[in-house]
Every structure is written in C-alpha cells, then in structure tokens.
Write a protein that binds this ligand. Sequence first.
Ligand code: AMP
Ligand code: MN
Ligand code: MN
Ligand code: MN
Length: 274
Amino acid sequence: MIFDLHTHSNISDGALSPNELIQRAKQFNVDVLSITDHDTIDAYNAIDQTELANINIIPGIEFSTYWRKINIHIVGLNVDINSPVLKKIVKRQHTARQERAEKILTILSQKLNIDITLDEIKQYSINNIIGRPHIAEYLVQRKLVKNIQHAFDKYLGEKKIANIKQIWLDLETIIDAINRSNGVAIIAHPAKYKLTRTKLIELINDFKTLGGQGIEVVSGKQSPKLACELGKITNDHELYASCGSDFHQPNTYSSEPGQFQRLPAECRPVWDLF
Ligand code: AMP
Ligand code: MN
Ligand code: MN
Ligand code: MN
C-alpha cells in the first residue's frame, strides 16, 4: 500500500485542483492520500464523490505555527473537518494570513516604490487564502523578480526584508485543536528547520508533552540516511512515523504523489491509529 499523507492543492499553494490532485495520486498508484493544504480544509468541500473510487482519502491540514520564534509546520491527520474547534482555529489562521499579507505588501511597496494592493494578490489565490507563493507569483508577473525562487531569495524567505514572523497561533493551541478534532499531530519535514540535533530533540520533547503524536520521517526526496536517523529518533521517543511527498505541482524536481522511499521497517506507521 502506498500512503501519501502530505500534499497541496490549489486551495493553498499547489497547482492542481483537489480533484486533479486525486487523479494525479491515482496515476502514481497512491492508495491512501491526504490533502494537507496550508491552514485550510476547503479542499474537502471541492472533491467530487466520483473521484473517490479506488483511493482512500484521509482528511488533513498543514498548520503554520512557531516554536521558540522558529516557524514550523504541523500536519494534522485524520481530523474531523466538521469540528467546531478546527473551524475556529482555521479562521484565526486566515486572519493572520491576511494581516501578514498586508504587512508584506506595505514593505514591498515601499522597497520597490510601487503600489501593490491586496486585491491584486487575491487574483492569484482561490478563496483568498494568501500565501507567500502567491505574492511571489505576482512579483514574477510584474517582472520585479526573475522567478519564484528569486522572490523568496530576495524578499520573502527567512531573514529577508518581507519575512514576517510570529503571526501564527502557538504550538500548544495548534496541537490541542488537532487533538480536539480527533486528529493526530505530526511534525512536518523536521529537517527543513535546520535545527541542531539538540534543538530538534528539544522540539520533539515539547511537542510530545503538548500532545503531539508523530513525526514525518520521510518527506519527499530526502536521503535514506536522513530517514534512518529520523526513524530512530521517532522510535526512541515512542512516536508514530508519517510520510508524504509535500507535492505542490507536477513535473518539477520535487517528488510526485507517493514517490518517496518507504518508512524504515522498525517504525510504527501513523496509519495504525486511523
Ligand atoms: P506561507 O505558508 O505563505 O508561509 O508560504 C510557505 C510556502 O512557500 C511553502 O509551503 C512553500 O510551498 C513555499 N516556499 C517556502 N520557501 C520557499 C523558497 N525558498 N522557495 C520557493 N518556495 C518556497
Ligand atoms: Mn507550500
Ligand atoms: Mn511545510
Ligand atoms: Mn507542505
């Protein structure tokens, strides 16, 4: 069985609609798929029942939050998408996204000496759930940067002038909301935060104390050595292991749905809990 428990649709910053994403996952023989858009569960309202043949869908979400001033992502899996707690938290995150977008646009307008309005950026998003990739796309279209990567490297990425921090709900609130929605909280792509091993263990300990249950041991194209190390850490902390492509769009260097290595054999897969 192929499980892909971390993917994005165009409801957040992916290229494919939820239905197209499911079709693509089937092309790559995914048996169990979670669409984990950034801070939204709207994809689940856009799925046609006819797409659900020959695949199992696990409702999910990727929350933006922070730990010790470091932005991190927590995936919530098998959540009840009708949960009032989840809906409330999602709404708060949307407000935070909106406020952040406005701050980013103010900075960019000043820096580039042009007027950029929120309405212009909204055209790049569906449901007005604005992420930095939408702003990057706008900058590319206006020929203010060469490409998306350049927009992050120059303005939007870590430590750049338009990177706004600490706007999200905190880790405790996010994990609590996932648990109260009957879901499982997972630390997404732990290697992406560039933490030292000591810091990573501290994050994992705090995460577990707050009710977190799993770690993404395999995230897209990563080295087998890393999966082995993360698998061991996950087992040492008696946590469950998850895996996902973090798919955003077809035909790029990043991995396609289901196209990543298997979890290390000694890991307890998170789907044991579903
Ligand atoms: P946001 O959720 O609005 O903070 O945007 C984060 C998303 O932007 C990530 O999930 C990636 O899809 C994308 N992203 C983050 N950093 C980069 C980067 N350096 N280059 C290209 N895309 C990036
Ligand atoms: Mn993304
Ligand atoms: Mn992420
Ligand atoms: Mn993701």
